[in-house]
Design a protein around this ligand. Structure first.
Ligand code: SAH
Length: 263
């Protein structure tokens, strides 16, 4: 396998730091990523821009900071990402399927091989990922730390998860005799792939919210709660009865509006 092919697989993985408050952590995260062969760093609405402290703590990973994308919205941070995994120290409401770091590493490499473009998202130091940020995720990953003290420093969490991604990547390089062909195929797959990215999914959510307010399915009293449930439907592969009820409710509200207009 050529160096280009190897790095192209890891190139499909973005590390997204959301609303980071300490520029030093951005530098340490870049260093953590580079040691594991990851290079795409995206900063979504950081509290402070990359500064001298970031560069000091990045050690030899200045190149990652120089090419890091800094964007003002979640949609831009997730542009083109077809699989979104959120790192969270705590279990939250509106949960997604939960992976442990080792499972996540294997899954990320499997999905990268199949052509997915993956975002692994980390929250801000004080509060972690917000509900809105967690709700765009297809999966959550938690590092099973000391239950009485489970919150790692941001860059250290990046290190642990990047390490697991690298271990699976190495296993894949070492074990898979078909690897060149698979990488080649996945590159072709990527060109043709039509899976919606996180930016498009966020656009769909606001469109749906507008329409459902017009039809009256959403109103002041239920909007936040129902939209959260709806978002959960679209990030999970299997529909529950609850999901079907929501979808049927939407359809009925549209039908009622149409019937009303025709009267
Ligand atoms: N105080 C926050 C944690 C912030 S730590 C809270 O209680 O949620 C900053 C980020 O590092 C988190 O948002 C998460 O993305 C990551 N992180 C820290 N500890 C983690 C853990 N045990 N498992 C997974 N991610 C973790």
């Amino acid at each position: 396998m050529t160096a280009t092919n190897q790095s192209s697989l890891l190139n499909q993985i973005n590390i997204v730091l959301v609303n980071t408050s300490h520029p030093g952590n951005i530098g340490s995260a870049a260093r953590a990523m580079k040691t594991m062969g990851l290079s795409n760093l995206i900063l979504a609405y950081p509290e402070h821009q990359i500064d001298e402290q970031s560069y000091a703590l990045s050690a030899g990973a200045e190149d990652l900071l120089k090419k890091a994308r800094v964007v003002p919205t979640l949609a831009e941070a997730l542009e083109g990402s077809t699989l979104i995994i959120g790192a969270s120290a705590r279990r939250r409401t509106y949960e997604r399927p939960l992976l442990d770091p080792h499972e996540m590493g294997g899954f990320v490499i499997e999905q990268a091989k199949a052509g997915s473009r993956i975002a692994v998202m980390f929250g801000c130091e004080r509060t972690g990922l917000t509900n809105e940020e967690l709700e765009i995720c297809n999966y959550h990953v938690t590092i099973p730390a000391n239950p009485d003290y489970s919150s790692l420093n941001l860059a250290m969490a990046v290190q642990v998860l990047s390490y697991e991604i690298r271990q699976s990547f190495l296993k894949y390089l070492g074990n898979d005799p078909m690897r060149q062909e698979i990488v080649h195929t996945s590159e072709k797959f990527l060109e043709k792939e039509q899976i919606a990215g996180g930016d498009e999914v966020l656009g769909f959510y606001s469109h749906l919210e507008d329409v459902l307010q017009t039809t009256g399915f959403l109103h002041e009293n239920n909007r936040g709660h129902i939209m959260r449930k709806i978002k959960r439907i679209f990030t999970r592969p299997f529909l529950t009865r609850d999901d079907i009820n929501i979808l049927r409710g939407i359809l009925s509200s549209v039908t009622r509006t149409i019937d009303h207009r025709n009267e």
